[in-house]
Write a protein that binds this ligand. Structure first.
Ligand SMILES: NC(=O)C1=CN([C@@H]2O[C@H](COP(=O)(O)OP(=O)(O)OC[C@H]3O[C@@H](n4cnc5c(N)ncnc54)[C@H](OP(=O)(O)O)[C@@H]3O)[C@@H](O)[C@H]2O)C=CC1
Ligand SMILES: Cc1cn([C@H]2C[C@H](O)[C@@H](COP(=O)(O)OP(=O)(O)O[C@H]3O[C@@H](C)C(=O)[C@@H](O)[C@H]3O)O2)c(=O)[nH]c1=O
Ligand SMILES: [Mg+2]
Length: 290
């Protein structure tokens, strides 16, 4: 199947490039394809003429978004709507990626898809607007919310921790924000499961929101400790992790205290659950430190 993937260098895009075998993947990125430029969206979709669009590109700098709300809204809020409308025009469907940061974090258990959203910052609010724009389009879609994505590519928490540990023996990391570390490769596999299911039954699970994330959950300090345990085993950089409250690590954007995602709906519909988060982390660290 010919699939247009937005973003070339993004973590999910690069993982799709490895895991999307058997499909013709066409990656669109800047400068020719700019989500902040609606005309480039329509032009690219028409030129590539895909059967499916995977909307993976986004403005993902959570703190910076607080200072650039208009650009973040154009890219995360408006562009997905334009992409979905362009897809619908040529009869293509769309899988759109969204985030756990649409939730306010107030529940003390994993969030289900239909539970009330309430983003705490600009990034989450703009991603929520993007979801709503896709829903309002006449495209056939699946919205896949994921969380705490890491990979050997781009920038992410795993690479940040390993980099900081090269020069520091102790790191203070927040211990009161819970979520699901998720390998971008597992997201790619999940998206391939949707495509495989749709090839057999085009009506399966369309026009719905799903959660895909690493199984289990932890806080950022727990994630950091697991990163260093894996790194230590391979002779990589390590540091002692001091658990701290969020109040001791001020950031421009407020983050949810618990954004763990309940992934039951996706598993029941498409037959895929991501592995336990530590198993996937092991695979990525092995690749990063070799
Ligand atoms: N990273 C995470 O922790 C999480 C991500 N998500 C969501 O998953 C999806 C994939 O995330 P991930 O792969 O980590 O993202 P990355 O931050 O790794 O990559 C983002 C991609 O978007 C592209 N991009 C940004 N702005 C524009 C623009 N104006 N026009 C065209 N392309 C643009 C970037 O292009 P360039 O290479 O040119 O910079 C890059 O390729 C996103 O929708 C994100 O919101 C959800 C939960 C967690
Ligand atoms: C680097 C660092 C961060 N932290 C904290 C800050 C923050 O609360 C938490 C995570 O920091 P980061 O900035 O790496 O993560 P953040 O940018 O919040 O990650 C989010 O990105 C977007 C795109 C998403 O969609 C989310 O699912 C989530 O992955 O760890 C520390 O406590 N100590 C540290 O040394
Ligand atoms: Mg960040």
């Amino acid at each position: 199947m010919r699939i247009l993937v937005t973003g070339r260098e993004g973590q999910v895009s690069r993982s799709l490039a490895e895991r999307g075998t058997g499909h013709e993947l066409v990656f669109a990125g800047r400068p020719e394809f700019d989500l902040a430029d609606a005309s480039s969206i329509e032009r690219t979709v028409a030129a590539v003429n895909p059967a499916l669009v995977i909307s993976a590109a986004a403005y993902t700098s959570v703190d910076k978004a607080e200072d650039e709300p208009a650009l973040a809204m154009a890219v995360n809020g408006d562009a997905p709507g334009a992409l979905a409308r362009s897809a619908a025009k040529i009869g293509a469907r769309m899988i759109h990626l969204s985030t756990d940061y649409v939730f306010d974090g107030s529940l003390d258990r994993p969030w289900r898809e239909d539970e009330p959203v309430g983003p705490l910052g600009v990034y989450g609010a703009t991603k929520l607007a993007g979801e709503q724009a896709v829903v309002a389009s006449n495209a056939t879609y699946a919205i896949v919310r994921t969380a705490w994505v890491y990979s050997p590519f781009g920038s992410n928490f795993v690479k940040t921790m390993l980099r900081l540990a090269e020069t520091r023996s102790e790191l203070a990391v927040v211990e009161d924000q819970f979520g699901n570390p998720t390998s971008a490769f597992d997201i790619a596999d999940a998206l391939m499961a949707v495509i495989a299911a749709w090839q057999i039954d085009p009506g399966k699970g369309t026009n719905a929101v799903y959660h895909v994330a690493g199984s289990g959950g932890t806080h950022w300090a727990g994630f950091a400790r697991a990163i260093f345990a894996e790194s230590t085993c391979r002779g990589g950089p390590t540091a002692k992790v001091i658990g701290i409250p969020s109040s001791a690590y001020p950031t421009l954007a407020k983050r949810p205290a618990n954004s763990r995602l309940d992934t039951t709906r996706f598993a029941n519909t498409f037959g895929y659950s991501a592995p336990p988060w530590r198993d996937s982390l092991h695979g990525t660290i092995s690749r990063l430190i070799s």
